[in-house]
Design a protein. Structure first.
Length: 295
C-alpha cells in the first residue's frame, strides 16, 4: 500500500481528522541514513508529524522546517518539507542504541530527552516566517506536539505517531491529528477520547491492514466520517543537486573559498539529508570564485 494522507471531517463537520500512513518514506529514510531501530522509531515519528503539518500548507512555495533538540543522546533532529509533501530529514546520532524502556518498547523518550525544545518554522510567503516554539514534555514526539499545538497555535488536538520496526526494517508507520472545531460538544470530545483509548496504537492498526478510513472511524467513534481529501501521497525526497551546493559555496565568501582552492585544490560536500556526495575540482571552484567577484 502506498503512503497516503487523508483528511476527514467527523461529527457533521465539527471535528477535523488527518490520518497518515508513512511506512515507505520512513523505510527510505532508514536505508538512506543507515538508522538503528531506535533512531528509525524517532525519525519516523518526526517525519510523520512533519508530513501531517505540511499537508495543511496551501502553496507550492510554502516550506516547513521542524527542529527538535533535546538532552537525549540522539542529538538534534531536523525535518524539512514542502506542501506536497516531499519530506527529508537528518539526525545527529543515527546509530543510537539504548535498552528497552519499562514497557519493553524502544525508548524514544530516553533517546530524545525530556528537556529541550521543538521549533516549527513555516515559511508561507509572508515577510517573516512563522516560528512556533514549545518545550519538550516527554520526548515521545506525539505528546510533545500535542503540547506544541496547545501552546503555540492555541489548538486543542490529539496527536498519535507510531513506527513498528522489525529485523527487516519498517513494518508499519503512521499517525494522526484530531482537532475539534469550536462548536464540537463536550459529549463528542468525550466520545473521541474513549474511542482513541480503545483503538490502540496507530502503527498496530496499520500493521493489521486497517485502511486510513477505518482508522479514522475507529479513533473518532463516528461511522459516518466524511473524506475531504484523499489525493495526498507523501514521499521522502531530498532534491539536492550540485548546482545548489555551488550556490552554498558562494556563501563561504572570497577569502575562505580562496583558502580551500590554495590548500586543497578541491572540495567534497556531503548532503546531510540523503548522504550524496558532490565533488568540486579546482577548475569548478575557480569558476565559483569568479562568480563571487562578479556579485
Amino acid at each position: 500500500m502506498n503512503d497516503q494522507i487523508i483528511k476527514f471531517l467527523a461529527y457533521n463537520g465539527k471535528v477535523s481528522v488527518i490520518c497518515a500512513s508513512t511506512t515507505q518514506l520512513v523505510e527510505e529514510a532508514r536505508k538512506l541514513h543507515d538508522l538503528s531501530p531506535l533512531a528509525t522509531a524517532v525519525l519516523g515519528r518526526v517525519l510523520t508529524i512533519t508530513t501531517l503539518i505540511a499537508s495543511e500548507m496551501k502553496n507550492k512555495t510554502d516550506k516547513l522546517t521542524i527542529q527538535i533538540k533535546g538532552n537525549g543522546e540522539i542529538g538534534k533532529i531536523v525535518a524539512v518539507s514542502d506542501n506536497y509533501p516531499h519530506v527529508k530529514a537528518c539526525i545527529a546520532n543515527p546509530r543510537i542504541d539504548l535498552p528497552l524502556n519499562e514497557f519493553g518498547k524502544l525508548d524514544v523518550g530516553g533517546a530524545v530527552g525530556t528537556q529541550g525544545f521543538i521549533n516549527v518554522i513555516k515559511d508561507i510567503g509572508l515577510k517573516k516566517p512563522y516560528i512556533g516554539i514549545s518545550p519538550l514534555t516527554s520526548g515521545e514526539i506525539a505528546d510533545d506536539f500535542t503540547n506544541y499545538f496547545q501552546i503555540s497555535e492555541q489548538k486543542q488536538t490529539a496527536v498519535a505517531l507510531g513506527v513498528l520496526v522489525d529485523k527487516d526494517g519498517v513494518r508499519a508507520s503512521g499517525g494522526y491529528i484530531i482537532s475539534p472545531m469550536p462548536d464540537a460538544t463536550e459529549e463528542e470530545i468525550s466520545n473521541i477520547e474513549q474511542a482513541i483509548f480503545k483503538a490502540g496504537a496507530m502503527s498496530k492498526m496499520l500493521d493489521n491492514k486497517l485502511s486510513l478510513k477505518e482508522i479514522a472511524q475507529k479513533i473518532t467513534g463516528d461511522k459516518n466520517i466524511k473524506v475531504i481529501d484523499d489525493s495526498i501521497h507523501p514521499i521522502y525526497e531530498c532534491g539536492c543537486s550540485k548546482e545548489k551546493f555551488a550556490e552554498s559555496l558562494i556563501t563561504l565568501g572570497k577569502e575562505q573559498l580562496t583558502e580551500i582552492i590554495t590548500e586543497d585544490e578541491k572540495a567534497e560536500i556531503e548532503c546531510q539529508f540523503c548522504n550524496k556526495r558532490y565533488n568540486f575540482n579546482k577548475e569548478e571552484l575557480l569558476k565559483i570564485l569568479n562568480r563571487i567577484g562578479e556579485k
